[in-house]
Design a protein around this ligand. Structure first.
Ligand code: 5GP
Ligand code: MN
Length: 366
């Protein structure tokens, strides 16, 4: 029913790796999002159903609006729970790496994994996976989310009967969050066949949408108001915007991690807008976190790679700058200027270039 995207070789890899393992660790990227947690817990559910001993380890904090997922409370945080994390890593005979393409993207957890001798399987949808870091790679950048890759993999393996209600909820959540609730990167009809399959397992997608989207404090709403009213700089000629937020400003709104989630998408509601850039002072490290969102063909990942030491997807990417906020603003403005020709409207070609369509004897219009 679904287009064949997962190759027979990938099916063989997954069958072998999932068949042979007994003790599995699943890891995902730093500051995990809905797709990272959804794919990790979705795979956890599947492997548990197959009788495996499974531990999910995340590098650091993940937002409150993802804690409703079944067994989210069993997830081990590497930054806070070193003992259980190392116990699971030492026992592991397979480490599944989900929703990232490079061990360096998962900080100290990546360094810890690289020190132990254990087979690594990557399942992901980011471009340019670092193949040498993994024994096996199942990577599909053309797909919306790692959750979609996973569903297709289970489907190609003939294993969708092992998808529990909780796994269906997890996979839906990841596909929904990585596509802005099916508002970008989501025109593949197969996505809706997959959603239909998940709905058949009894999930309530409206409830999941609410759990993720309507789960914030009053302070977060006031922070949004402040950002949009006081902080948003709009470059109308470039169809782009920039906002910045410093640590002291976040403290004013009793900032909790996750409160900034999605705010960078909002300027794209402006008619004709192509690019939104957010610069946020990290609350722990002396860093500026850059987030970008775009519409259509503007490649945020290339833009972030060129100017912000980052990468990501075409319409959603990020990076970091190790400098002051003032310097970061200068870099962002220079980046906009450097890519002016990709952002501003192209002048309409003049009539001479196109060849005049007017009849030779046409007089002045009346
Ligand atoms: P966000 O704006 O939500 O922080 O990140 C959006 C996407 O950009 C993430 O899903 C991730 O793929 C990518 N991304 C964010 N920060 C970085 C970074 O520092 N380096 C790279 N390579 N990708 C990033
Ligand atoms: Mn993802």
């Amino acid at each position: 029913m679904l287009r064949r995207i997962i190759t027979p070789q990938e099916v063989a890899i997954a069958k072998k790796d999932f068949g042979e393992c007994r003790n599995v660790v699943i890891v995902c990227h730093t500051s995990p999002d809905g797709d990272a947690i959804g794919s990790s817990l979705g795979l956890y559910e599947y492997l548990k159903r197959r009788g495996k001993n499974v531990t999910v380890i995340v590098p650091n904090y993940f937002p409150d609006f993802l804690h409703w997922m079944k067994d989210a409370d069993k997830i081990v945080r590497f930054d806070r729970q070193k003992t259980p994390a190392y116990t699971a890593l030492k026992m592991a005979d397979l480490i599944c790496c989900l929703d990232f393409n490079d061990m360096r993207r998962i900080d100290e957890l990546g360094a810890a994994i690289c020190k132990i001798h254990c087979k690594r399987l990557l399942i992901d949808h980011h471009i340019d996976p670092v193949h040498r870091q993994f024994a096996h790679v199942i990577s599909h950048p053309e797909l919306s989310s790692t959750c979609e890759v996973l569903f297709r993999l289970f489907d190609a393996m003939g294993e969708t009967d092992k998808l529990t209600f909780a796994a269906a909820e997890d996979l839906y959540a990841g596909m929904a969050t990585d596509t802005g609730f099916f508002s970008f990167n989501s025109n593949d009809p197969d996505l809706f066949i997959i959603i239909s399959e998940l709905l058949k397992r009894g999930i309530d997608k409206d409830l999941i949408n609410r759990r993720i989207q309507n789960n914030f404090s009053p302070d977060r709403l006031r922070l949004i108001g402040y950002m949009l009213y006081e902080k948003l700089q709009i470059f109308s000629d470039l169809h782009a915007s920039l906002f910045t937020i410093r640590k002291e400003e976040l403290a004013q709104f009793h900032y909790l991690k996750g409160d900034m989630e999605g705010i960078v998408n909002m300027p794209l509601q402006i008619k004709g807008h192509k690019l939104s850039i957010a610069l946020r002072e990290d609350t722990e490290k002396p860093l500026i976190r850059v987030s970008t969102r775009s519409v259509d063909d503007f490649p945020c990942n290339e833009f972030c790679a060129a100017f912000f030491n980052g990468g990501g997807h075409k319409n959603a990417a990020g990076g970091t700058l190790e400098c002051s906020m003032d310097k970061a603003v200068k870099i962002a403005k220079a980046a906009l200027e450097a890519w002016r020709d990709r952002l501003e409207d192209k002048p309409l070609p003049d009539a001479a270039e196109c060849g005049s369509q007017a009849p030779a004897d046409a007089g002045e219009s009346k």
